[in-house]
Design a protein around this ligand. Structure first.
Ligand code: CA
Ligand code: CA
Length: 260
């Protein structure tokens, strides 16, 4: 059992104040926006390609629109793109950036390297019927994934970074995990969600880096054998992936960035 305790860190002084049972807000104080025809979700902008393409050409089509082909990383993201697609076309069929071109049966998704890819297959899929190596999501497949021949002509889900502005006046908070007695957990971290790591000064510097990094949802501070602190930026949170919130045999502190 663990809970999150929030610490307010004032941007100017970097003084850490314990706020006790302060509620950790999950909505960050950032405003993001997308260009016309793109739909905002978290800090990304999404849309379907206007025309149909083979999987390879669809990738280029997304790139031509200054985005890349999307591959949902969570059930929430999947739900969002599915609802978006249904508004455009009730019977939509669209590529996502996952394939098993390299090794038959081993699916890889763009942007999900170094972790188990998020795969939400429809029942009885993937079936590789007639050699199908590219993944799509369609209304016909219950808004779930199917493997299809990469040459099929379909629309595609594209994603690009939203334009986000952090509201500067609000103090940032860092929510550190504690046990049921309120003691800080210093050997429990969120594993396998690391998007970037580097040597850091401490919580404030690492949290500040997380707040600036697109896609950073939480961070770990672990100590190396030489006593250096390493800041690891994570693309998920302990509540989203409870299984990966694990005890470590080294000093490791988990924290989330919130805005109070
Ligand atoms: Ca296949
Ligand atoms: Ca199939």
């Amino acid at each position: 059992m663990y809970s999150l305790k929030c610490f307010a860190v004032l941007a100017i002084t970097y003084v850490i104040t314990v706020l006790g049972s302060h509620i950790c807000l999950s909505e960050p104080a950032v405003t993001c926006s997308c260009q016309l025809q793109w739909q905002l979700w978290q800090n990304g902008c999404y849309r379907l390609t206007p025309s149909r393409h083979s999987w390879d050409d669809a990738k280029k089509a997304c790139k031509d629109m200054e985005g890349k082909m999307a591959a949902p990383r969570s059930i929430e993201e999947l739900k969002f793109i599915v609802e978006m697609a249904r508004k455009v076309d009730r019977d939509y069929v669209a590529w996502i950036a996952c394939n098993d071109l390299e090794v038959e049966g081993t699916w890889k998704c763009d942007g999900q390297e170094g972790r188990e890819p998020f795969l939400a297959w429809n029942t009885q899929q993937p079936d590789n019927a007639g050699n199908q190596d590219c993944a799509l999501i369609s209304a016909l497949h219950n808004d779930r994934m199917d493997d299809a021949r990469c040459q099929a002509q379909l629309r595609a889900f594209c994603v690009r970074q939203a334009a986000c502005t952090h509201l500067p006046t609000q103090p940032r908070q860092y929510c550190l995990s504690t046990d049921t007695h309120g003691r800080l957990l210093n050997s429990t971290c969120l594993l396998d969600h690391n998007i970037r790591e580097f040597i850091t000064q401490g919580v404030a510097a690492c949290g500040s880096a997380c707040a600036k990094e697109p896609g950073c949802r939480s961070f770990n501070i672990k100590k190396t054998e030489e006593g250096k602190k390493v800041c690891q930026l994570n693309n998920s949170t302990s509540s989203e992936d409870k299984d990966k919130f694990q005890k470590t045999h080294y000093f490791c502190m988990y924290s989330e960035v919130c805005f109070g």
